[in-house]
Design a protein around this ligand. Structure first.
Ligand code: GUN
Length: 281
């Protein structure tokens, strides 16, 4: 079997053009503030991408590039100002933050109705109990991609490798909502191969190149690779050994061009949703 490759880039373009259509119909534009602290090169690339997406969607964006030495108080003061501004619907603080800053306190300071990352405990709680609200961008992008390829998680066994707050845990919640049976694996899982072999849908989000080899996949599994790593040659790759997996899976996401673009598209949807919460549509 050779898998159908799920084209995240094309689907993200479609989602963004839908967002743009909606934005064009509004008299007040949605606005996103993006805060970057320090000069981490990967974070800079991500922030540039988010600003480009806003421009594509007709969303107003503002960037705050702050020095790494900024104090907790100064950062909280900025968030406070942005919380109060009507033209700013969403506030995103790019992670990771420099060590001296208290990430939890920073995320708590963002008003829940402007929390387009869905990192605030209120929104995480809403997600957990299945209420409407923001959806975390990467897991929501995964679900949208499955939907586009008519993959219904109901009754399927979904194995998630990774238990981060950004991907693994919220992904498990979204899969549960869609009636999958969910297993979450992590570094202390006793037999990762045995768990993965039970997966109808495998979501790899560990951040370790080469972790998921072809012999860990059930024939016909649907493989979603969330990770973005660099291999020894410096090329971008996921957690899954793609060349082997593509021969065993029924569906697979590439890296790059799979989940990554979908994460960014979902941020645009969340910003549009925030504008709705603020009465702009
Ligand atoms: N750093 C890595 N991924 C993310 C993300 O989804 N949102 C933010 N704010 N920072 C990140």
């Amino acid at each position: 079997m050779s898998a159908t490759v799920m084209d995240g880039k094309a689907l993200a373009a479609k989602v963004k053009s839908e967002v743009r259509c909606k934005v064009e119909s509004l008299s007040k534009k949605p606005g996103l503030a993006v805060i970057l602290v320090g000069d981490d090169p990967a974070s800079r690339v991500y922030v540039n991408g988010k600003k480009r997406d806003c421009a594509e969607c007709g969303i107003y964006s503002e960037e705050y590039a702050l020095p790494a030495e900024i104090s907790q108080e100064e950062l909280l003061d900025l968030i406070d100002v942005l919380n109060g501004r009507e033209d700013i619907d969403g506030i995103l603080v790019q992670l990771p933050l420099p060590k001296h800053l208290d990430e939890r306190q920073v995320l708590l300071a963002i008003r829940p109705d402007k929390d387009v990352d869905c990192f605030h405990p209120f929104n995480v709680g809403q997600l957990m109990i299945g209420e409407d609200g923001f959806l975390p961008c990467t897991p929501a992008g995964v679900m949208r991609m499955l939907d586009e390829y008519s993959i219904d998680p109901a009754g399927k066994h979904c194995v998630i490798v990774g238990r981060s707050n950004i991907v693994g845990k919220p992904q498990a919640m979204l899969m549960l909502r869609k009636n999958a049976t969910v297993t979450v694996c992590h570094t202390k899982t006793a037999d990762l191969k045995a768990e993965c072999l039970r997966a109808d849908i495998l979501v790899a989000a560990a951040g370790r190149a080469g972790l998921i080899t072809g012999d860990m996949l059930k024939e016909g599994a649907m493989v979603v690779d969330v990770a973005i790593n660099r291999n020894e040659q410096g090329r971008l790759c996921g957690d899954v050994v793609y060349e082997a997996a593509v021969e065993r899976a029924s569906f697979i996401t590439p890296v790059p061009g799979g989940v990554g673009p979908m994460t960014r598209a979902m941020l645009m949807e969340n910003t549009l949703y925030a504008a709705k919460l603020h009465g702009k549509w």
